[in-house]
Design a protein around this ligand. Structure first.
Ligand SMILES: Nc1ncnc2c1ncn2[C@@H]1O[C@H](COP(=O)(O)OP(=O)(O)O)[C@@H](O)[C@H]1O
Ligand SMILES: O=C(O)C1=C[C@@H](OP(=O)(O)O)[C@@H](O)[C@H](O)C1
Ligand SMILES: [Mg+2]
Length: 176
């Protein structure tokens, strides 16, 4: 189904390693929408990488930048937005997402998320002695919030990015 046109915005939520950036980019290409990634946008505006922002301003500084960025990006039309895994912690972000687009929760088990993220040093929250334990804790905390905002929950376990894209296109064509 290449080049399918669908109305509105698609927003991707889920934990670190869920595939928001990767699947989001593929979904944008397939639906002829513009892709944005809130983390990339924050880095471009700040002129610093995420680990550096966390180091200098702490998580709270990063969250402020994230909220400003999501408020602005959610005003755009015809986009696919990959959010950062913690964006849904802020109720204002949750409202922007719910109000202005169709929200897709990419779900995966903490073990799978760990296997996808363990070689990457760019996620400060996982630079701990026990990253799998941290992912389990974040899953418990955040899974209800992802579900609260989601119009669609997709289980990404054991699915390739391409299979997920095909699944998503079918489901979105049916629902939107
Ligand atoms: N369904 C999938 N199966 C296997 N690997 C995946 C899948 N989705 C994403 N990945 C890989 O996992 C890593 C994290 O993906 P990314 O898109 O950055 O996740 P997020 O933006 O949700 O943190 C990347 O190396 C990506 O290629
Ligand atoms: O889960 C989180 O709190 C975070 C997820 C990251 O994005 P990804 O979910 O794209 O890895 C990034 O925003 C930052 O490191 C914090
Ligand atoms: Mg990402």
């Amino acid at each position: 189904m290449p080049g399918m046109r669908m109305p509105g915005n698609f927003y991707l939520v889920g934990l670190m390693g869920a595939g928001k950036t990767t699947v989001g980019r593929a979904l944008a290409r397939a639906t002829q929408k513009t892709f944005y990634d809130s983390d990339h946008e924050i880095e471009a505006r700040t002129g610093a990488r995420i680990p550096m922002i966390f180091e200098i301003e702490g998580e709270s500084g990063f969250r402020e930048r994230e909220a400003e960025t999501i408020a602005e990006l959610s005003k755009l039309q015809g986009i696919v937005l990959g959010t950062g895994g913690g964006a849904i912690l802020n109720p204002i972000n949750r409202n922007h997402l719910r109000r202005n687009g169709y929200v897709i929760y990419l779900r995966a088990s903490p073990e799978e998320l760990y296997s996808r993220t363990c070689h990457d040093k760019n996620r400060p929250l996982l630079q701990t002695a026990d990253p799998l334990g941290k992912l389990k804790e974040l899953y418990e905390q955040r899974d209800p919030l992802y579900r609260e905002v989601a119009d669609l929950v997709i289980d990404t376990s054991q699915q390739t990015v391409n299979t997920l894209l095909q699944l998503l296109l079918k489901e979105l064509e049916r629902q939107t």
